[in-house]
Design a protein around this ligand. Structure first.
Ligand code: ZN
Length: 161
């Protein structure tokens, strides 16, 4: 299986979302166990999907802690954010997302709910710290993620875009 293909053909069904939230909640309350996650995921594809987000989140939280900035984003919050943006890039809204983007780059911003959105490589290049247009006006719509997504699990209250 080539997980890279999910970047261009990212189809996350409502069943996938529900199961991923269940796993995220389970992880919140239990010690993380790969065996249990695989069991809860049901399929290998879904397991790869959730593991990839767990790894992505942990890497960014570790980076933020290392840079001594805020590191509070939870897996449930990140999944809520991904669902809100339909697993697409938050900036262009077109491409499947490829990376976790910090609106205000580390370490000025943290790995937090209101600073992290899904992004594609093309848009990320325009959102670099050394870009004089950062934050560019066209990206303003991604601000206020906390207000949009909410800090609670709002899976049962889907947001209409
Ligand atoms: Zn984009």
């Amino acid at each position: 299986m080539n997980i890279q293909t999910t970047h261009t053909t990212m189809i996350v069904s409502s069943e996938d979302r529900e199961i991923m939230f269940n796993i995220a909640h389970w992880i919140t309350n239990n010690r993380k166990s790969v065996k249990k996650i695989r069991q809860l995921a049901g399929t290998e594809e879904r397991y790869m999907l959730i593991i990839r987000e767990i790894d992505r989140l942990e890497l960014q939280l570790t980076k933020a802690r290392y840079m001594r900035t805020e590191a509070t984003l939870t897996l449930v919050e990140w999944l809520n954010t991904l669902n809100h943006f339909h697993w697409r890039c938050a900036y262009c809204g077109k491409k499947s997302f490829e990376v976790m983007s910090h609106i205000t780059p580390l370490p000025d911003g943290g790995t937090t709910l209101d600073n992290c959105v899904p992004g594609c490589y093309t848009c990320i290049r325009h959102n670099r710290k050394d870009n004089p247009y950062n934050p560019p006006g066209k990206f303003l719509h991604v601000y206020g993620v906390r207000e949009i997504v909410g800090s609670a699990d709002n899976f049962s209250h889907p947001i209409n875009m």
